[in-house]
Each structure stands twice: as structure tokens, then as C-alpha cells.
Write a protein of this length. Structure first.
Length: 263
């Protein structure tokens, strides 16, 4: 297993950016670690792992055992950094949505042996990152096999009003525009007539999570669209890393379990 700290100039954001990447060691035909690296090594399944509000590219590495889980499941993990921009093209700020959905995957696949096949690509994030993961997957369902959202923000206007103390800069991301019935709105996205057949969705929350109410409201809508390809998990806990560390092993297993990969 190796961890790569990447710094490069983003043409979209017009500034240097940081991305952390976990790569598993290549295996030979018998399942043993290759003694030598060759250009014929198999391209890797990849989790695009998004941080929450106040996080950065190192947060998942510092706060969880993601490296051990990536080793267990033989998967690459890409962890970008997007500040407090909510993975959107900010009203007053940077175009993080364009960076996330266009430049980042192209640059990472140029640098590392990452598979482009939808069945090998997964999204996961917590809180703000859970919102970003859901929005990305619901906008481009044909690009991913599954998405896992841990305690996601699922209703932007409600979050901006209820959690103003933790995000007083909400208007920098979204301005004063109406958020409902726009591509920023998860409820709007699931009403679109897209092909959801290849996408699975997991949403988790905590019993005392500050976002539990909005997650509970989105739950039946996702169930109606994704049916047996939707899973919900409620665990005892708050909106914090103690809860997400409890949920992470299940989420990793759910994303990459072999019975789905072999369908």
C-alpha cells in the first residue's frame, strides 16, 4: 500500500490544489504482491472520497482507518480538497463542481492506473461530502457503480438556515438564489428521467445526528427510485467522527461487495 500526496496547478480553479491518493500494491496471477511494477498491471477500482465542511485532503487519512480498509478491499482511494465550497460552482468563489467532475478524474487517471469503467468507480463522503457524492452520482449515474453518503446534507436551504453558526459563509457558495428545482437540489435531481439501473445508493445517519431529519425525508424518495438498490442505515450516534468510524467498514463492504461486482 502506498500513499501519494499530490500538488498540481488546477486549470479550472486557477490555483495549486492538493489530492491524497491511496494505492494498493499490484498482485500477480497467484494473488501475491508483484516483485516488479509493469505497465501491464491491472487498472484499479477507485473510491472518490469527499471530505466534509472544514475538512481537507488529509481528513479521512487522519480521522479513520481508510488505509487499512483500502488494503483489505484492494481499491484505490482519491481524496481531493475543495475547501468550504460544497462541491459546487460557488456564487462568490471557485468552480469546485467543474473541478470535481471534469479535471480531477482526468488528472488522476493520467497520473495513476485508475479504471474508467463504471463498475469500478464509487463515490463516498460525509456531511458536505455526502451531499457532493450524492449530487455527483445523481447527475452522472452512468459513471459509477455505487455511492455511499454518510450523514449527508440533503436539503441545502434548510441546512443554511438551521446550521448558520457552523456555516456563516453559506451565501458564498450559493448566493441568494433559489436552490429548489435547480441542479444543486438533490430532490430535483431524483425527479429527472435518467437511467438509474446501474447505480446503487447507501445513505446512513445517526440517531442524534443534526441532519437526521432531512435525511429521513429524502429516504423514501430514494427508495422509490432505486428500490432494492437503495440501502438505509441508522446507527446510534451524533454528527461526528465517532459515528462515521462506526459506519465506514460497513460502507466500504457495501460499496465493493463481490456479488454486485459480478452482476
Amino acid at each position: 500500500m502506498s500513499i501519494h500526496s499530490n500538488n498540481f496547478y488546477s486549470n479550472v480553479l486557477r490555483q495549486p490544489v492538493r489530492v491524497e491518493v491511496i494505492l494498493p500494491e499490484p498482485l500477480d496471477a497467484t494473488g501475491k504482491i508483484e516483485a516488479a511494477y509493469t505497465s501491464g498491471n491491472q487498472l484499479l477500482p477507485t473510491i472518490w472520497l469527499l471530505h466534509g465542511l472544514g475538512g481537507d485532503a488529509t481528513t479521512w487519512l487522519r480521522r479513520t482507518n481508510i488505509e487499512l480498509l483500502a488494503t483489505q478491499y484492494r481499491v484505490a482511494v482519491v481524496m481531493p480538497e475543495t475547501g468550504r465550497g460544497f462541491y459546487t460552482n460557488m456564487a462568490q468563489g471557485l468552480n469546485y463542481w467543474d473541478y470535481l467532475t471534469t479535471e480531477l478524474p482526468a488528472r488522476m487517471r493520467y497520473m495513476f492506473p485508475l479504471s474508467t469503467m463504471p463498475k469500478d468507480n464509487y463515490l463516498m463522503g460525509n456531511s458536505m461530502g455526502g451531499y457532493g457524492a450524492l449530487r455527483y452520482a445523481l447527475t452522472y449515474p452512468q459513471q459509477f457503480a455505487a455511492v455511499a453518503a454518510l450523514s449527508p446534507v440533503t436539503e441545502l436551504a434548510r441546512f443554511g438556515a438551521e446550521q448558520a453558526k457552523i456555516m456563516p459563509d453559506f451565501d458564498l457558495a450559493f448566493g441568494s438564489q433559489e436552490l429548489q428545482n435547480t441542479p444543486n437540489d438533490l430532490d430535483y435531481l431524483i425527479q429527472q428521467s435518467l437511467d438509474w439501473s446501474g447505480l446503487r445508493v447507501l445513505m446512513t445517519t445517526g440517531s442524534h445526528d443534526i441532519l437526521r431529519g432531512m435525511d429521513e425525508e429524502l429516504r423514501p424518495k430514494l427508495k422509490r427510485i432505486f428500490k432494492d438498490h437503495f440501502e438505509w442505515q441508522l446507527q446510534s450516534g451524533h454528527h461526528d467522527w465517532q459515528l462515521w468510524n462506526q459506519q465506514l467498514p460497513f460502507a466500504m463492504h457495501w460499496l465493493i461487495k463481490e456479488e454486485w461486482r459480478n452482476v
